[in-house]
Design a protein around this ligand. Structure first.
Ligand code: UP6
Length: 267
């Protein structure tokens, strides 16, 4: 899959969400996901509308929003349609199946009702997938498992990561891929594969004071074989809207050029 195009991979993917994602990446020429980690509803909406044309996935942390209401997610859904991107609530579920089911479906945020993709830590065992699947599958939602993390000292490594992949392989109707740093597993034929979405991407700095570690789009896409770069502060942390757009275009181009190099189509 390292040399296959996103559109070739879309054709063999039976998960509606993964198929749509791969198709829109190809169409919009972007493998950039932006993490809009800001805390005011109006800022999220403004930045989402601004960045719509540059991104394939809008990543949210809905529980950091101070003035959350359902109108926010309704607006994000409309923007997702207008600009053709998917919404990924980075909820990082980590509890037993019965609990995550409620957290995913209900509560204040009703994540399953608006987020195309969400993610979960495999730490509780396979029940977490089963619980989320009961809610998400009928709604055509998809799940990513956290196989590795970008942060210093992460415990998600070695056998834990390999076991995560085995869990995903048993649930390919709902699990479309991973949050990770490397393409750990590649099935090596032309059947449905996993998507690798990678946070910890930055062009200017190597990390922050709280353990975040950054790599470049080239390292992520070409050297590590991942599919989507997730960038937060590197994009939204600009001084004004014009600079946010400039930065988004810079990361979009860096990610896309890296992809073209990987599939052997760079000029
Ligand atoms: N994130 C990571 N590393 C992981 C998993 N998730 O950084 O292993 C998330 C963070 C944040 C974003 O929760 O929303 O990706 C990275 O933001 P940044 O680019 O501003 O560091």
């Amino acid at each position: 899959f390292l040399t296959q195009t996103y559109s070739e991979r879309a054709k063999v993917n039976d998960n509606a969400c993964a198929k749509k994602l791969l198709e829109l990446m190809d169409k919009k020429k972007t493998n950039l996901s932006v993490a809009i980690d800001v805390t005011k509803k109006d800022d999220i909406i403004r930045i989402a509308d601004l960045l719509g044309p540059y991104i394939c996935v809008l990543k949210t942390h809905i529980d950091i929003v101070e003035d959350f209401d359902m109108e926010l997610v309704e607006t994000l859904k409309q923007l997702a349609q207008k600009h053709e991107f998917l919404i990924f609530e980075d909820r990082k579920f980590a509890d037993i199946g019965n609990t995550v089911k409620h957290q995913y479906e209900g509560g204040v945020y009703k994540i399953a009702s608006w987020s195309d993709i969400t993610n979960a830590h495999p730490i509780p065992g396979e029940g977490i997938i089963k619980g989320l699947k009961e809610v998400g599958l009928p709604l055509n939602r998809a799940l990513l498992l956290l196989a590795e993390m970008s942060s210093k000292g992460t415990l998600a490594k070695g056998q834990y990561t390999l076991d995560t992949i085995e869990m995903a392989k048993r649930n390919t109707d709902f699990v479309i891929g991973f949050i990770g740093q490397n393409r750990i597993y590649d099935n090596g034929d032309n059947s449905q594969d996993f998507l690798y979405l990678t946070p910890g991407v930055g062009l200017e700095t190597k990390g922050d004071s709280l353990g975040q570690q950054y790599r470049t789009p080239h390292q992520v896409i070409v050297e590590s074989g991942c599919d989507i770069i997730i960038v937060g502060r590197g994009v939204y942390g600009a001084k004004d809207d014009a600079e946010i757009k400039e930065r988004a275009e810079k990361y979009r181009k860096a990610g896309w050029d890296a992809y073209l190099e990987r599939i052997g189509q760079s000029q």
